[in-house]
Design a binder for this molecule. Structure first.
Ligand code: APR
Length: 168
């Protein structure tokens, strides 16, 4: 394993890293949850930067600068809405993590913090989402020297991430 995966419990805005990932919707115009927190903190300039990048399809990523936040860049990705699990949700969620990690190394950056994409408003079950996040990041970290921080804002997600990280 070349890279490392860490669990951080708290607000993604407090993580010290080069990139934070936003769990956005395809309009990229902000919303609730982590999206709302990032847009509130970054202000109007972030909205203006996002406008020409929309719509962002599910599973893909769009990049903006950090607009005064400590991370240099914000990667906006759109997770799948949970519709029971047989609508390609797992592949789409995996694509979110994978595309963000690929974008990170393409830009010669190494540290990235993820929220638990899709586990809030979009309803993805915590354990399944944590398993996909951990497995996708682990697979990538085998070949790349990255520092990945998985952020759990709620206790239930911390427990789910811990469970997934405990799996060999
Ligand atoms: N830092 C880290 N994680 C956070 C924060 C924060 N400040 N705020 C919320 N979270 C966590 C939630 O607890 C949840 O586990 O982020 C995870 C994802 O939840 P949401 O933000 O609701 O994102 P998601 O489920 O992907 O839904 C996306 O919600 O707000 C809208 O515009 C957004 O329409 C989009 C949808």
């Amino acid at each position: 394993m070349k890279g490392r995966i860490h669990l951080y419990q708290g607000n993604i805005l407090d993580v010290d890293c080069e990139v934070i990932v936003n769990a956005a919707n395809s309009s990229l115009m902000g919303g609730g949850g982590v999206d709302g927190a990032i847009h509130r903190a970054a202000g109007r300039d972030l909205k203006d930067a996002c406008k020409p990048l929309a719509p962002c399809p599910t599973g893909e990523v769009r990049v903006t600068e950090g607009f005064g936040l400590s991370p240099r860049l914000i990667f906006h990705t759109v997770g799948p809405v949970w519709r029971g699990g047989d609508q390609g949700e797992a592949e789409l969620l995996k694509a979110c993590y994978r595309h963000c990690l690929e974008e990170l190394v393409r830009r010669d950056l190494t540290s990235i913090a993820f929220p638990a994409i899709s586990t809030g408003v979009y309803g993805y079950p915590a354990n399944e989402a944590a398993g996909i996040a951990v497995n996708t990041c682990r697979e990538f970290a085998r070949d790349h020297e990255v520092k990945v921080i998985l952020t759990a804002f709620e206790d239930r997600m911390a427990t789910a991430f811990e469970g997934a990280l405990d799996q060999p």
